[in-house]
Design a binder for this molecule. Structure first.
Ligand code: AMP
Ligand code: GLY
Length: 434
């Protein structure tokens, strides 16, 4: 029997919970989340609702249940030192300690790390601690730049020229705002190409890659509208993407490996958990956009349902530094994930409205996110609501399945029809050829 503490309450944590419960071990799941997720609740022994950064609440729960290990879903608890706190209680986690978790929580830390250890992938960039040289660097970059606030901002700290920032003046002004706010800002070259996510399991020295995935951040079809947490994603049966060669993926994989090694050299701490590289393939090769210290949401829902290996063995391999002894395999299947979200999401989402799920085909997986369940009915609670994942031999089939399911939800909701469709994928391949 294994007692496992899972922290988090989104669809990402729902698929993590499912994978843990699918283990050959008899798993007892103890969950602490910011809200009650009806899907995770069903799989759990006990479910505590508390802030995922509430150290007292987590320590009290962890001490009471004494789990064999913990797994953290979201970034915030990693950044606020929950893994460190659990370790003091002698509870190990398949998630990184705060210092190495800076890979996600500090954009300047990561850019500086790549530069110091001569790891390829950085765009032209500079970290500023005051205004000295700021304007000159903007002039040097020209019209194409990105300004990044340092710290976890839920995806809202990054502003891109031509998108959120109209001209150099607006760029400089936002950079100055960031300096006042946190005393640091990263200014960098704007990269042009196709983004992809390469997540690797990591025990501190050894990494194993998962299939690459492409997320869709924009709210509306045709990649229009505001940025969101991610409206959906797909992965292919050959574990590549239509615009990526095996060589490109190897390049990204090599960056993940080098970063893990550099992290240990820099801090003396082994990075244990998921290392998630957000990459972009440009005309000049693979470049790094950012790192995350956890599974992607939605990307976890593309990779975990096709994981053949026992996820508990992987978590224990990460914790015990024996990942090299675990044979990790994924099914050669394509996946398409589509989120249904409240009308008005992400800026002004409707809340508290009822939704009715249609008939979900047997080959589609359903993961709950921001929904409340009361008397067998589901109500929107403001963020991404429910994810539907089609798993099939081809992206085309997986897309049809996910589409049938997501399209049958009734209520004040919307979703992106185009995710995983041939048309959008072809557009993306074409963009790479221009
Ligand atoms: P991040 O929070 O670093 O993932 O940034 C959010 C989004 O901003 C990314 O998914 C990219 O679409 C965009 N972005 C970040 N850095 C760059 C860059 N150097 N060039 C172009 N786009 C970027
Ligand atoms: N899919 C984007 C993220 O998890 O940050």
């Amino acid at each position: 029997m294994k007692k496992i503490l899972l922290i988090g309450n989104g669809a990402r944590e729902h698929v993590m919970a499912e994978s843990l419960k699918n283990s050959r071990y008899d798993v007892e799941l103890y969950v602490l989340g910011g809200a009650k997720n009806p899907g995770i609740f069903k799989l759990s022994e006990e479910y505590v609702v508390a802030d995922v950064c509430d150290k007292d609440a987590i320590a009290e729960f962890a001490n009471r249940i004494r789990p064999d290990f913990a797994v953290i879903g979201p970034e915030a608890p990693i950044a606020c030192g929950i893994v460190d706190m659990l370790l003091e209680l002698e509870i190990h986690s398949a998630s990184p300690l705060e210092t190495v978790g800076q890979l996600e929580s500090s954009k300047s830390f990561t850019r500086d790390l790549l530069e110091k250890y001569q790891i390829p992938g950085n765009p032209k960039f500079k970290v500023f601690y005051d205004e000295e040289g700021l304007e000159e660097f903007f002039i040097d970059l020209g019209e194409e730049f990105v300004v990044k606030a340092d710290g976890l901002k839920g995806g809202k700290g990054v502003k891109v020229s031509g998108d959120h920032l109209k001209n150099i003046e607006e760029g400089i002004s936002y950079a100055k705002e960031c300096l006042i706010d946190s005393g640091r800002v990263v200014v960098e070259e704007k990269l042009v190409g196709q983004e992809f996510s390469l997540m690797s399991f990591c025990d501190g020295t050894y990494t194993v890659d998962m299939p690459v995935v492409q997320d869709h951040k924009r709210a509306f079809e045709g990649d229009k509208g505001p940025n969101t947490g991610g409206m959906g994603s797909y992965s292919m049966e050959n574990h590549l993407l239509p615009f990526l060669t095996a060589r490109d993926v190897n390049e990204a994989s090599d960056i993940n490996k080098k970063v893990v090694k550099a992290l240990f050299e820099e801090t003396g701490i082994y990075y244990k958990g998921i290392v998630y590289g957000g990459f972009i393939i440009t005309k000049n090769g693979v470049r790094l956009i950012e790192y995350n210290a956890r599974f992607g949401d939605p990307e976890a829902m593309n990779v975990l349902p096709i994981l053949k290996t026992d996820f508990v063995d992987i978590c224990e391999g990460i914790i015990n530094k024996t990942l090299d002894q675990v044979e990790i395999e994924f099914e050669k299947k394509a996946t398409v994930c589509k989120y249904v979200v409240p009308e008005g999401y992400p800026d002004n989402p409707v809340k508290g409205e009822k939704i009715i799920m249609g008939k979900v085909p047997a080959d589609v997986k359903v993961y709950y996110a921001s929904v409340d369940q009361r008397n067998d009915s589901l109500y929107l609670s403001g963020s991404r609501a429910v994810a539907f994942v089609g798993v099939a031999d081809t992206v085309e089939e997986a897309e049809k399945s996910a589409q049938n399911a997501v399209g049958s939800v009734k209520g004040p909701v919307f979703y992106r029809k185009d995710i995983g469709t041939k048309k959008l994928i072809e557009q993306r391949i074409k963009m790479m050829k221009i």
